[in-house]
Write a new protein. Sequence first.
Length: 243
Amino acid sequence: MEFAETPQFDHRDRRDIYEYVERNGATDPERARRALNLEPRAFGHHVAILKRDSVLEEVDGRLRLAFEAGVEEEYDTGEVAFTIRQAREEDLTGLVGAIRSALGSGEYVQAESVADVVDREGVLLRHNELELRVFFVATVDAEVVGWVHLKHRDLEKLSHTAAFTLGVLGAYQGQGIGSHLLERGVEWAGKQGLEKLYNSVPSSNERAIAFLESRGFEVEAVRADHYKLDGAYLDEVMMAKQL
């Protein structure tokens, strides 16, 4: 997926159409037209221009943000065959379910918050003046079994960084899926010109900390007693990787 800049518009109605789709996710065109109170002919014209400029696309009769999904990487460990690819809007339910299932232990607070936000908004992809949000998923037989999520805030002091979360369902751990997801996320961040990825986990999640350290992440800071899980206070381990 390539996102050099937030799209610029030379007509207010086109900006409004884009912002509606960006805010609501894959959308029925007629529903969008009525919500924006646009005449059918004008709406059709503006949508045609947005499609021409690769800002929006129409898939299965629904408008959504256009993107270059990149390659679908296929792997086979001998025990499991899986695919790493850009997440699509239709993955939303399976992705949220995978996140919640993988986080049953409560040891990955940030990812749990991501699941809450995505589930509430009903939108995977974000690309506006303040935020760029993207997911890559690992699938087995078209079902989501793992993810990497990256969130870039377009604030001057943070414009070189992105936060990320990563997880794989327990039954599929130990197959290299998490490593391939992380590599895809790092590759994407590099193409966006980002300089740093960061993540935070409770100190009890020793497996996640060891995994990230083995892949070039370093502990930048520790916030004492930042989390409280099942009545116990846990430190927050803040980790980062320079790209």
